[in-house]
Design a protein. Structure first.
Length: 270
C-alpha cells in the first residue's frame, strides 16, 4: 500500500491581490508625478539642456517631484510584479525599502524634536538660499509666493531677508525696479481688488518700518511656521499616523505573502 502526503500550504489569493491593489496605486501615483515633472522640465527647456539642472542654487521643486515619482514608481512596480509573479526578491526589496523609509521618518521626527535650534538654523539657511534664487526659476518663485501668501509671512525671519536677492537688495547698484521692495506675495491683500497688484511691494522697504504693517506682512515665514505647528499639532500628528499605518499595512501584506510563498516552496521540496 502506498501513502501520499498532501500539503495544505498555499499562497493566499486574498493577500496576493490586496498587495497588488495596494501597489498599483503607488505605481500610478509615480507615473503621474514623473509625467508632471518631465512636462515641467520640458516647459523650462531642461530636457534640451541638462546643465540647467545645476544652474539653480536654490531648490527646484520639480526635482523633488521627480524624486518622489521615481521612488513611488519603483516601489509600485516591484510590489505589483512581486505579488503577481510571487517573486520573493522583489517583495523583499519592496518590504525592505518601506521599512527603511518608515525608520528614516521616525529618526527625522525624533532628531527634529531633540535638535530644534539646529533644525531652525538649517531651515533659515535653506530659505535664504531659495530667496537668492527667487527669480531664477518660475517653479521656485511660485512655491515661495504660495508659502508667503498662505502663512501671511515675508522672508525667512523678516521682510529684510529679501536683501539676499539681487533684484530686491536695497544697497545693490542694480537698476532693478524691484530694488528695496518685496514680492507681491508679501502684500496684505485688499478685498476690494479683484485683480492682483503685482507691484504692491515696490519701494516698501524704503519707508520706515512703522509703516510696513499697513502694506505688507512683517512676520517671517519661520516664526509663522513655528506659530502654526502648535495650533495644528493634531492635524500634523494625524497625517503622520495615517502615513505610518499605510506603510505598516504594506509591510504586513508583503511579509505575509513572502511567508506563504516560502511555505509553499518548502512543502514542494519534499
Amino acid at each position: 500500500m502506498h501513502y501520499y502526503r498532501y500539503s495544505n500550504a498555499e499562497v493566499s489569493c486574498w493577500y496576493k491581490y490586496l498587495l497588488f491593489s495596494y501597489n498599483i496605486v503607488f505605481w500610478l501615483g509615480g507615473v503621474a508625478f514623473l509625467a508632471a515633472g518631465l512636462w515641467a522640465w520640458s516647459e523650462k527647456g531642461v530636457l534640451s539642456d541638462l546643465t540647467k539642472v545645476t544652474g539653480l542654487h536654490g531648490l527646484d521643486p520639480v526635482v523633488l517631484v521627480l524624486i518622489v515619482g521615481t521612488v513611488m514608481f519603483t516601489l509600485g512596480f516591484a510590489g505589483c510584479v512581486g505579488a503577481l509573479r510571487e517573486n520573493i526578491c522583489l517583495l523583499q526589496f519592496f518590504c525592505g525599502t518601506i521599512v527603511f523609509i518608515f525608520l528614516l521618518e521616525m529618526a527625522v521626527a525624533v532628531l527634529a524634536f531633540l535638535f530644534q535650534d539646529w533644525v531652525r538654523d538649517r531651515v533659515k539657511e535653506f530659505f535664504e538660499n531659495n530667496i537668492k534664487s527667487y527669480r531664477d526659476d518660475i517653479d521656485l518663485q511660485n512655491l515661495i509666493d504660495s508659502l508667503q501668501k498662505m502663512n501671511h509671512c515675508c522672508g525667512a525671519q523678516s521682510p529684510d531677508d529679501w536683501d539676499f536677492n539681487i533684484y530686491f537688495n536695497c544697497s545693490s547698484e542694480s537698476k532693478s525696479r524691484e530694488k528695496c521692495g518685496v514680492p507681491f506675495s508679501c502684500c496684505i491683500p485688499d478685498p476690494a481688488q479683484k485683480v492682483v497688484n503685482t507691484q504692491c511691494g515696490y519701494d516698501v522697504r524704503k519707508k520706515s518700518k512703522s509703516q510696513w504693517d499697513d502694506q505688507i506682512f512683517v512676520k517671517g515665514c519661520i516664526p509663522a511656521l513655528e506659530a502654526w505647528l502648535p495650533r495644528n499639532i493634531y492635524v500634523v500628528a494625524g497625517g503622520f499616523i495615517a502615513i505610518s499605518l499605510l506603510q505598516i499595512f504594506g509591510i504586513f501584506l508583503a511579509r505575509t505573502l513572502i511567508s506563504d510563498i516560502e511555505a509553499v516552496k518548502a512543502s514542494n521540496a519534499f
